[in-house]
Design a protein. Structure first.
Length: 322
C-alpha cells in the first residue's frame, strides 16, 4: 500500500473515531482539559535547561530573581505548553489511533478549541518574552517558530524523525540554556564554553525525543509519520537513541577535563556509566521499556547537565571566564 493510501485510510479511520464522540462533546473544554492539553509533565526539560543556563553564566542571582522566574515560566508553561497544544491539534488524527483518550480525539476539547489554545498561548508567550529583553524575546520567537514548524504544515518537521527530534532538542535544551545564560549576563553573548555545553546537550536530547516515539509506532506507520522507530524499526531506533544520548555526554566529560574540572567530569562520567548500564535492557524491548528508561535514565542525563553548569560557575567564581 502506498504512503498516500495509508494516510487516506488513517484519516478515514480517525474521522470515524472523532465522529463517534461528537454527539457527547461539550461546547467548550473544562479548565482541567485545557491543562491536560498543555501537558505540564513536558515542561520540566526546558525549565531545567533554562536553570542550567542561569547557573552556567556565573552571574550573581542578586536582584535578578524576577527575571529568572519569568524565564522559567516562559520556557515551560508558555513556550513548551504552546508546542504541546499545537502538536495535539495537528496530531489529532494520529492520536485517535494511538491515544484516543487525549483531549481532542476524545471530544473533551471540542471543535477548533485545540487550535485556539495554541494561538492564544503563542501570543501570551510573546508578550511575556518582551520582559526578558532582546535575547529572551528572540529566543522565544525561535522556540515558537520551531514548535509550529514541528507540528504544522507545510513544514511538519515531525514527519522526519531526524529533523523533528533535532528541532525539539534545540528548542527544549539549547535555546532555553542560552536564554538563561544571556538573561543573567544582561543580554550579552554567553562564553563559548556555555555555547558548547548547550549545543552538546541539545544533540543528546535528540535521543531523548526518540524515546517518546516508541509509544506511537502504530499510528505513525498508519499515517506515514517518519519517526525513527517507524523508519528504522524499534530495535535499530533504540540503538540510535542510545548512541545519540551517550556520545554528547562523553564529549562533555572530555571537555570538562580539558577545562580543568576533573571532579565535575568524573561525576558526569559516573552518571553516563549508569545510563549505559541501563541501555541493553532498554534495547532488548524498546516499546515496553522506553517509559522505564525515560523515568530513570533521563534523571541521570539532566543531573549531568546541572553538574556541567556548576563547573562553569566554579570557573567564574575563581575569576576566569565561565
Amino acid at each position: 500500500m502506498t504512503l498516500a493510501k495509508r494516510m487516506i485510510n488513517a484519516e478515514k479511520l480517525s474521522a470515524v473515531k472523532l465522529a463517534q464522540v461528537k454527539q457527547t462533546s461539550a461546547t467548550r473544554p473544562s479548565l482541567a482539559t485545557v491543562a491536560e492539553l498543555l501537558k505540564p509533565i513536558t515542561w520540566f526539560p526546558p525549565m531545567w535547561a533554562f536553570g542550567c543556563g542561569v547557573v552556567s553564566s556565573g552571574a550573581s542571582f542578586d536582584g535578578k530573581w524576577p527575571l529568572i522566574i519569568t524565564g522559567v515560566v516562559l520556557a515551560g508553561p508558555l513556550v513548551c505548553a504552546t508546542s504541546q497544544a499545537a502538536n495535539d491539534w495537528y496530531d489529532r488524527h494520529v492520536d485517535a489511533i494511538n491515544e484516543p483518550n487525549r483531549p481532542i480525539p476524545s471530544g473533551r476539547m471540542p471543535g477548533r478549541w485545540g487550535l485556539y489554545v495554541a494561538i492564544v498561548w503563542t501570543i501570551l508567550s510573546l508578550f511575556v518574552a518582551t520582559l526578558l529583553g532582546p535575547w529572551g524575546f528572540g529566543a522565544a520567537v525561535a522556540g515558537l517558530v520551531l514548535a509550529w514548524a514541528y507540528s504544522a504544515p507545510p513544514f511538519r518537521l515531525k514527519q522526519n524523525g531526524w529533523w523533528g527530534n533535532l528541532a525539539c532538542g534545540i528548542s527544549y535544551e539549547g535555546l532555553a540554556w542560552l536564554t538563561g545564560a544571556a538573561v543573567m549576563l544582561g543580554g550579552g553573548m554567553p562564553d563559548v564554553r556555555v555555547l558548547a555545553l548547550a549545543a552538546l546537550y541539545s544533540l543528546g536530547a535528540h535521543g531523548i525525543m526518540t524515546l517518546n516515539d516508541f509509544k506511537s509506532v502504530e499510528g505513525d506507520l498508519k499515517t506515514g509519520i517518519g519517526s525513527l522507530p517507524a523508519r528504522l524499526g524499534v530495535v535499530n531506533a533504540a540503538r540510535v537513541a542510545c548512541v545519540v544520548m551517550a556520545a554528547p555526554q562523553a564529549v562533555v566529560v572530555a571537555l570538562l577535563v580539558t577545562w580543568g574540572h576533573p571532579m565535575h567530569a568524573l561525576s558526569v562520567a559516573a552518571l553516563l556509566a549508569l545510563q549505559i548500564a541501563m541501555m541493553p535492557r532498554f534495547v532488548a524491548s524498546p516499546v515496553e521499556r522506553a517509559t522505564w528508561y525515560s523515568a530513570i535514565g533521563i534523571n541521570f542525563y539532566v543531573l549531568g547537565m546541572l553538574i556541567s553548569a556548576f563547573a562553569l560557575r566554579a570557573a567564574a567564581s575563581l575569576g576566569g571566564a565561565p
